[in-house]
Design a protein around this ligand. Structure first.
Ligand SMILES: Cc1ncc(COP(=O)(O)O)c(C=O)c1O
Length: 391
């Protein structure tokens, strides 16, 4: 009655997620939160590094006047300059201040980029399983989502990508390390993707932009490193944040970077700056910009995540689950025993275990477990996982 048809539809399509949260909340109220094993939320529970609070206090006590006023919609020039230097070192490429726009997290950054890029009915490709918000973000800016399945190992399949690319394809979103699979794409995969997109862009006479959604870049295990996406393809736009690097998702600070090699480089960054303004973000939080600028080389301690991952993988393997060990981020994406993800998630709930069905990420038959929870919760849930798989 009150809301638009679009929002009504969105409320309905995401209603099972809400139902799950409600059922989880009801279970916690009934049994006590300590008796419910909640693996639904990707909310980092490792505290930010000590340096974060030190810099926050120092920034708050900075006596200079005018530190809390409106600024350029792109962000503080000094922070942009430092980020440009940081990216230049990381990617061996010459980023300039103008290539960087501070945003309200990677989520804000993706919206800014899509707003800047899309004409009505332009198509945005992303790979299943995907971060569900990509559907909403695409729709926000009049785009049409085109979903491409990944293979059994959740890797990119260029034949399937080819089948959906069209003259209307404007952007392809990739996310590595991946939510929900924990997989990363290696340098060879990205190089092949880059070659492929270069060929497609040439054929249709307009660039397809690659949107690299990288908020988990530093959450990588086993000494693996993430290859440079900028090296793989010239028309690359990065959306990232400090949400996971520093465990500060509630502070809403991130940034967008336009590749120095992108077609329409200057226009793209000008468009993104305007989009930041007209979407109503105006600019990323001022205080946080000043804080993160002093922490560009600092990361949260990822060893608790690595330990939980190992523990969880051991327990699930012993219980007989089929899954790929996550290489990054903090999610496991096992196959649902019996094949029906909704039925299996309900079975887990009988054991007071809360998980998210794979269909929410565009891949039925699987389920997602977020392991940003204390080890004790994982340990305590182990018998329930074993009973659930036995039927
Ligand atoms: C794949 C992916 N992209 C983007 C985001 C948004 O992150 P931010 O807090 O930086 O907006 C998330 C958050 O969980 C995510 O998982």
């Amino acid at each position: 009655m009150g809301v638009s048809v679009r929002i009504k539809t969105a409320l309905e399509t995401s209603s099972w997620i809400r139902r799950m949260f409600e059922e989880g909340a009801e279970l916690k109220a009934r049994l006590g939160p300590e008796r419910v094993f909640d693996f639904t939320l990707g909310n980092p529970d490792v505290e930010p590094p000590a340096r974060f609070k030190e810099e926050l206090i120092a920034a708050a006590q900075d006596p200079r006047p005018g530190l809390h006023v409106y600024m350029s919609n792109a962000g503080l020039p000094e922070v942009r300059r430092l980020l440009a230097q940081h990216l230049s070192r990381l990617h061996q490429m010459s980023f300039q201040t103008d290539d960087i726009i501070l945003t309200c997290g990677a989520a804000g950054g993706l919206n800014v980029l899509l707003k800047a890029l899309l004409d009505p009915a332009d198509e945005v490709v992303f790979f299943a399983p995907y971060f569900p918000e990509y559907h909403f973000y695409t729709d926000n800016h009049g785009g049409v989502p085109r979903v491409v399945e990944t293979d059994e190992a959740f890797q990119l399949d260029l034949n399937r990508l080819e089948a959906v690319l069209s003259p209307r394809t404007r952007a392809v979103i990739i996310n590595s390390p991946n939510n929900p699979t924990g997989r990363i794409y290696d340098a060879e995969t990205l190089k092949e993707l880059g070659k492929f997109l270069t060929h497609h862009s040439g054929r249709h006479g307009r660039p397809v932009y690659l949107l690299a959604d990288e908020p988990y870049r530093r959450l990588v295990y086993d000494g693996l490193t993430l290859p440079s996406i900028f090296a793989a393809y010239p028309n690359t736009l990065l959306a990232t944040s400090f949400s996971k690097d520093l465990s500060i998702p509630g502070e809403r600070v991130g940034y967008v970077a336009v590749s120095p090699r992108a077609a329409g480089r200057g226009e793209l960054s000008a468009g993104a700056v305007l989009a930041n303004r007209i979407l109503g973000f105006v600019n990323a939080p001022a205080l946080m910009q000043r804080v993160v600028a002093r922490l560009l080389e600092v990361s949260v301690d990822i060893s608790p995540y690595a330990q939980r991952r190992d523990l969880f993988c051991d327990l699930l393997t012993q219980a007989g689950y089929d899954f790929l060990k996550p290489q990054g981020a903090f999610y496991l994406f096992p196959k649902a025993p019996g094949g029906d993800d909704l039925a299996f998630v309900s079975r887990l709930k009988e054991e007071n275990i809360l998980a998210v069905p794979g269909r929410g990420f565009g891949r039925p038959g699987y389920f997602r477990l977020a392991f940003c929870v204390p080890e004790a919760v994982i340990q305590a849930a182990a018998p329930g996982f074993t009973r659930a798989i036995r039927g």
